[in-house]
Design a protein. Sequence first.
Length: 308
Amino acid sequence: MSQIVVVGSVNLDLILRVPRFPYPGETIAGREFRSEPGGKGANQAAAAARLGAATALVGRVGDDPFGHRLRGELSLDGVDVSHVHVDPREGTGVAMVQVAETGENAIVIAEGANGLLAPEDVDAAAPLFEGAKCVLLQHEVPEVALFRAAERAKAAGARVVLNAAPARPTPRALLKLVDLLVVNEREAETLSGVPVPHAAAADDAARALARKGAHAVAVTLGARGAFFREGRTRFLTPAPVVNVVDTTAAGDAFTGGLAVAFARGLPPKEALRFAVQAGSLAVTRAGSRASLPTLAEVEAALASGTQR
């Protein structure tokens, strides 16, 4: 039985390292190209599985070499892919990722089969929701599927975590079904209308999101860590100082880690510390899926006291 059910996207990441991002109309020379498994749903499922949780993914891929490869690699990470359907109508989703020397990234996505994920796919996966402790959602699949997944999670007594990425307006009706909303600074501003130029402003954005229906909010702040607000509880968890190589999967490592921590019953401060450490380890390595840490790595880093 899965502790965590992820309903989300499966992509192939086409990654190009560049000295800097090009200006409009400009051509520059890249330095390295590779392809890796990706997609927020798949990455967060893999992150949770590597961090020790029994994890299942509900999604769609195309009936093409990319799709068959991605299902196989998820299985190798320990993710249950019995409800990652192979769809002949569309190709597998693809993400074009540019990674600059600073470690920052710019991403463009072609959704492909991810855009065909439907409420019926969620209904077909009903047995996965029974006994699940956490259902994890993102914005890379149709909203109707997210609604159905949140409703099924609530009926099963599972906690709903929504990583509202990529940034887009989220209906109040969906937010009211969400136990924990996870956003970065830009996503927080898009959903709340409150800019987050510094860590102190994260509380203002989180408070605005609470007024829109979110029960609890975690705002990731990159190298500054993450801010958490639930009712009168609010705190900032700083991040350890690390050598940043690639930030592509940092948010997925954080979100997967947070889902695992809450599924294990950790209180908010311990859960945020665990998730921040997972995200911080991910940025020290190149790639998306390849950078996701294991449970042993996160626990060793926490035990060493490397967080400032």
